[in-house]
Write a protein that binds this ligand. Structure first.
Ligand SMILES: NC(=O)c1ccc[n+]([C@@H]2O[C@H](COP(=O)([O-])OP(=O)(O)OC[C@H]3O[C@@H](n4cnc5c(N)ncnc54)[C@H](O)[C@@H]3O)[C@@H](O)[C@H]2O)c1
Length: 265
């Protein structure tokens, strides 16, 4: 559970996509702990119920909604709900992301449907949520949009064409939206996690978290992988007035991974 000195999100309305598990879950709880009203959107209903229960006793609240945020109808529905119930949207966290194990293929072997699914969930959802949330933020005098990209949007690996393209796209979209909405007092930022201890990352080791921690440690100069709360705390900072002059920028939260040159041991 994270809180950040000087951040107070009481009366703020926050939407987190993919908020049921992993980084999204920690982010929902971080904002609720800072007093916010949080709308958690996910496909995994038991996970959504669990994050709602975990927020009991916090100063804010979490409401869960089942939503496939790769569709326009779902994205519009989330924003409409926040407007109807909480009067608007102050913070939008475009966190959702998928990297299915059966997508690790060279481009010529990748089914077109897999490309479309990853791009639609990871990248198009960010566009769609922004499309509906930005006018509402403008009406309210401003807001903050934070996109979860990845270190794989900056540097690549074999077999991840759609994932890398979606994350590179998120970084480019972040810059573009920052320019688009700067005059409306909407700040747009991105976070690039290194390997973080979540169900997504653990899928790669057959859900063996100990193996994930051991195998992931070597890639990070700090000698360990990260925890979801270590991304959530950066989200909280970026969304706060403490970051009031930041927009169009990304932050690597990767234990030093991107600082390491290709020549490094
Ligand atoms: N975990 C890592 O090592 C890591 C590293 C870099 C970037 N990221 C990025 O961080 C973000 C969160 O990743 P995570 O590791 O917490 O993932 P996760 O799989 O643990 O959690 C993602 C959540 O999104 C939900 N989801 C999937 N498709 C959805 C859809 N269409 N609509 C709504 N919800 C949907 C899932 O049900 C799940 O609860 C993603 O964008 C991911 O690409 C993760």
């Amino acid at each position: 559970m994270v809180n950040f000195a000087g951040t107070d999100f009481r009366d703020k309305s926050v939407i987190v996509t993919g908020g049921g598990k992993g980084i999204g879950r920690a982010t929902c709880l971080a904002f609720a702990n800072a007093g916010a009203k949080v709308l958690c959107a996910d496909l995994d209903d038991p996970a959504g119920a669990d994050v709602v229960a975990a927020a009991s006793g916090l100063s804010g609240e979490i409401v869960y909604q089942h939503a496939d945020v790769s569709t326009a109808a779902a994205c519009k529905g989330l924003v409409d709900w926040a407007v109807a119930n909480w009067g608007g949207v102050d913070v939008l966290i475009n966190n959702v992301g998928i990297q299915p194990l059966n997508s690790y293929l060279p481009a010529h072997e990748l089914p077109e449907e897999m490309w479309d699914r990853i791009i639609n969930v990871n990248l198009k959802s960010g566009f769609l949520m922004t499309k509906y949330a930005a006018p509402v933020m403008t009406e309210r005098g401003g807001g903050v949009i934070i996109n979860t990209a990845s270190v794989q949007g900056l540097q690549s690996a074999k077999g991840i064409a759609p994932y890398a393209a979606s994350k590179g796209g998120m970084l480019s979209l972040t810059r573009q939206l920052a320019l688009e909405y700067a005059a409306d007092n909407i700040r747009v930022l991105a976070v690039n996690p290194g390997t973080i201890e979540t169900p997504l990352a653990a899928a790669g080791t057959g859900n063996d978290y100990e193996k994930l921690r051991q195998e992931g440690a070597a890639a990070h100069p700090m000698g360990r992988i990260g925890k979801p709360e270590e991304i959530a705390s950066v989200m909280l900072f970026l969304a706060s007035d403490s970051a009031s002059f930041m927009t169009g920028e990304f932050v690597n939260v990767d234990g030093g991974m991107m600082a390491k040159g290709a020549w490094a041991e």
